[in-house]
Design a protein around this ligand. Structure first.
Ligand code: NAD
Length: 494
């Protein structure tokens, strides 16, 4: 036990006191990485930063473990538990990596510069500037899709960033406390306690499940008066929720929601949002369509991804991107079509796979391998040049043979490093929490579906998410949040 404690203490010491870092080197190429999400951070983790002058640019100076973000909306998990400071990641690297907290507003691919802007509250004398690059990796993700539907941006909450989760958490409690206001009318109480989620993808489903858990575990115990009126509704335009899962898992989710008393409204497409109600087009069983008004207190909008303006702008500069709509078209090495020195990873790149954290993470790791190999290849090629000039100058046969052997060895190395194949995604499975301590999982290596509830699945999804957490620090914090909520309940302050 003493040995184990010693080893742990030493590893924490080592993490906090990384080796000295080299300064940027003018003879090296500048590699600019945009974003601090799943794609960019998994690239950074595996990148040998001593090969390039690496610059990271992102408006967020932390990595966010998004799979647990729905739990932050109810206070089950505190948001800081799933954030990892990017500075923490960068100081583990051998060579210095520069970080600028800024938004990339424009990429000029011909001039090879990124325009950046400081969008934080405090601004210095300089808040707009340019960063030149030799190589660029775009990992800026996507923004929330609203399909231009009136009122969505003004009145609904999204669920992508930490601030979104904080807004939702505040808004839930604001609705509850306002509903409890003295002399509130019954209709208004009903409206305020109606929590509407639009979008039946995994984001919407997981949030609806977490919210209903919050009500069952805590809210109705602290504030029993809301019992009869608190209601969660999930609205989906298609005939069923979670279309990416199998029929069996969809049925299981739908029947669990029924038990939990979450209403699912499928074939209901939201067309307009006001501050108090949504207007939706409902397809009736006979195929006819009708318009319906649904009052709400909280509206969470989870209808998937849209292309960010900076990405759309780059696409408009490249004729090769003319036919691409959903994001940057890339080749099998993740090179942005129409460029040679720009790569894209994660939700801003269009591949054959769904825009998930798992795909982005694997793309980032692949790119790290590719960039490490490219640097190694360059180094070997330089050595080969030196060796061949040495060979021509060699005086004796012995010398010539030695150089010849070395050249052969370098050529072998070169062939080996150049063997890196195209990016291939290996699907480890999909997992979604559906509330009531139940999860649905489609685990490909088991070649089957797991749709179950009860302690086992609950422990399985929790341990899976825990093991995927970014750092041991995050793992400890998340586990403590879970224990805290079990013991004392969630915090219902606004
Ligand atoms: P999504 O694109 O998966 O689902 C959005 C849903 O909104 C769709 O089913 C669509 O039909 C519906 N919709 C769109 N417009 C609508 C309207 N006007 N009215 C009613 N419904 C409407 O979005 P998501 O859930 O945010 O997921 C985005 C990506 O992230 C997906 O690839 C998903 O697989 C991934 N993700 C995975 C997990 C997980 O594995 N646990 C969790 C979250 C997200």
């Amino acid at each position: 036990a003493l040995g184990l404690t010693g080893a742990l203490a030493y590893s924490i010491y080592e993490l906090r006191h990384p080796e000295e870092q080299y300064e940027p080197d003018p003879t090296k190429k500048t590699l600019v990485i945009l974003g601090t999400g799943w794609g960019s951070v998994s690239l950074l983790k595996k990148l040998d930063t001593e090969n390039y002058n690496v610059v990271v640019i992102s408006p967020r100076n932390y990595f966010l473990f998004t799979p647990l973000l729905p739990s932050c909306t109810t206070g089950l998990i505190e948001h800081r538990s799933i954030m990892e400071p990017i500075r923490n990641v960068l100081r583990q690297k051998k060579a210095t990596v520069k970080f600028f907290e800024a938004e990339a507003t424009k990429i000029d691919h011909e001039k090879r510069v990124v325009y950046i802007s400081d969008d934080s509250e405090i601004k210095g004398d300089i808040s707009h500037t340019q960063v030149p690059f030799d190589m660029l990796v775009i990992g800026v993700g996507a923004e929330n899709a609203t399909f231009g539907i009136e009122g969505v941006r003004q009145h609904s909450c999204f669920l992508k960033e930490v601030t979104d989760a904080q807004n939702i958490r505040k808004r839930i409690m604001d609705c509850v406390e306002t509903a409890m206001f003295k002399d509130q009318t019954p209709d208004e109480v009903k409206r305020l306690l109606h929590m509407v989620v639009v979008g039946g993808g995994p984001t919407g489903v997981e949030f609806a499940g977490e919210l209903q858990d919050f009500f069952n575990d805590d809210l109705k115990k602290w504030i029993p008066e809301i019992q009869d009126n608190f209601h969660v509704t999930l609205v989906e335009a298609l005939p069923n929720v979670l279309p990416m899962f199998s029929k069996q898992l969809i049925d299981y989710t739908e029947s669990t929601f029924k038990e939990e008393e979450i209403t699912i409204r499928t074939k209901t497409m939201v067309k307009k949002v006001t501050d108090k109600y949504i207007e939706a087009e409902v397809t009736n069983p006979d195929g006819s369509k009708s318009l319906e008004t649904i009052p709400y207190g909280l509206l969470v909008w989870a209808t998937g991804n849209a292309v960010r303006p900076v990405v759309r702008d780059l696409m408009s500069q490249l004729p090769a991107q003319k036919d691409s709509r959903r994001g940057l078209a890339v080749n099998e090495y993740l090179v942005v079509n129409g460029t040679e020195n720009i790569w894209a990873v994660g939700d801003c790149a269009i591949t054959n796979y769904a825009p998930t954290a798992q795909v982005a993470g694997q793309e980032g790791a692949f790119l790290a391998r590719l960039l490490n190999t490219m640097a190694k290849t360059d180094a070997i090629e330089k050595e080969l040049q030196t060796l061949s000039s040495e060979q021509s100058k060699a005086k004796t046969d012995e010398e010539r043979n030695r150089v010849f052997d070395e050249i052969r060895e370098r050529q072998r190395q070169l062939r080996r490093t150049k063997q890196i194949g195209p990016f291939q995604y290996s699907h480890q499975g999909s997992l979604a929490y559906i509330g009531k301590e139940r999860a649905v999982a489609d685990i490909s290596w088991l070649s089957g579906n797991i749709a179950s509830g009860g302690t086992l699945t609950y422990l399985f999804w929790r341990s899976a998410y825990l093991s995927m957490c970014f750092s041991s620090r995050n793992r400890v914090l998340v586990a403590m949040d879970w224990i805290k909520a079990r013991l004392f309940g969630r915090d219902v302050s606004r």
